[in-house]
Write a protein that binds this ligand. Sequence first.
Ligand code: ADP
Length: 347
Amino acid sequence: NITNNGASGKRSLGGRRNGNNKFVPPLLRNGGDSEDTINTGSAEVEMDERLKGLDPKIVEMIMNEIMDTGPGIDWNDIAGLKHAKKTILEIVVWPLLRPDIFTGLRGPPKGILLFGPPGTGKTLIGKCIASQSKATFFSISASSLTSKWVGEGEKMVRALFAVARIHQPAVIFVDEIDSLLSTRSSTEHESSRRIKTEFLVQLDGAATSADDRILLVGATNLPQEIDDAARRRLVKRLYIPLPDKEGRQQLFDIVLASQAHSLTPEELEALVQKTKGYSGSDISNLCKEAALGPIRNIEDICNVSADQVRPMSFCDFEEALLQVRASVSQSELEMYVQWNNNFGSLA
Ligand code: ADP
């Protein structure tokens, strides 16, 4: 069931959505028959020649649900990660912007892997690559391919690359890519083995065609699950670690920018110290929890005016620190460092 209406009645394809999804039509062919049309919710659009032979329903789904035309993001929206950002700019963003200069030896990788603990900004980076290189962004969770799309996953992968080819330059972001490329999936189920094979075929196709400007960005918290053959195809493997001191400082700046608070520079510094070991999303959750502090003592929330809500204070954060703890353990971190030493790319 590709419309995938679950019990909640909501379509869930696993790709993270931002709700601001405008349809961008594929290249139109003039004067064709009207049999192959795709319904995009707002309009019926004639299907591109290059999409013939693919299931129109799947193509429609990709365009409506997986192709992301929401607001772009900027490098400044991503805290810390200086090294990863610089590397990505040089090896993937510039080549996508200037394919005429980045040829031959300077040719870009077709697949990169972002690995590290959950909530450190891997998805943000994927999005940022797409918006900074003016590419179309496709975002899908690999586990939805193998679990929810049983029987359709293989067709889905083929269609995804075909649609991406039409919308070049394109970035295909695959979250939880380990579930697609693990050693286990090749033995576990015939269907997931086929999805994996199709995925590698498509990736190799994109890699050998010099004109294709399609970049695959895989993200994973479990890099050790990815098998050797798949790992070799993701030639650049970048460790996206927990934020360091500077990164945490920037995270607080970003998260608190739009919120009234009374924190002094010394108190902010104390928070940066106290959140050692927190991921970016832990810090974001901490601030959300602290933001509820000023609300808790208001007796009549229905009748209070917005300017009567006091700014967030250091006490709110101290309370929140008791509730929101670091989510990544030391042993997990050691595993990432070890894997980075063995397989990570330095630049
Ligand atoms: P991942 O893909 O690594 O699991 P995400 O990129 O989805 O993590 O980040 C989850 C949320 O945590 C983001 O929406 C953002 O609010 C926050 N976050 C995590 N890392 C960063 C970062 N480096 N800079 C800014 N925000 C971050």
